[in-house]
Design a protein around this ligand. Structure first.
Ligand SMILES: [Zn+2]
Length: 57
């Protein structure tokens, strides 16, 4: 689950509900509710699966 970093929004999204892409400054998704940029990191697990984690910044 991701949580929109816009505190007045705070919507929660599953990875399947957002469009993760790169606008030139790293991977992010735009909150479908408010449009805020939410940065994510791609992490490769031991089994080779790629998962996305919300960046803390
Ligand atoms: Zn939002």
């Amino acid at each position: 689950m991701f949580t929109c970093r816009n505190q007045s929004c705070g919507a929660k999204w599953d990875v399947s509900e957002v469009d993760i892409h790169n606008e030139g400054q790293g991977l992010l998704f735009r909150c479908p509710m408010c449009g805020a940029r939410n940065y994510v990191e791609a992490v490769t697990q031991k089994d080779g699966a790629l998962v996305y984690k919300q960046a803390r910044d």
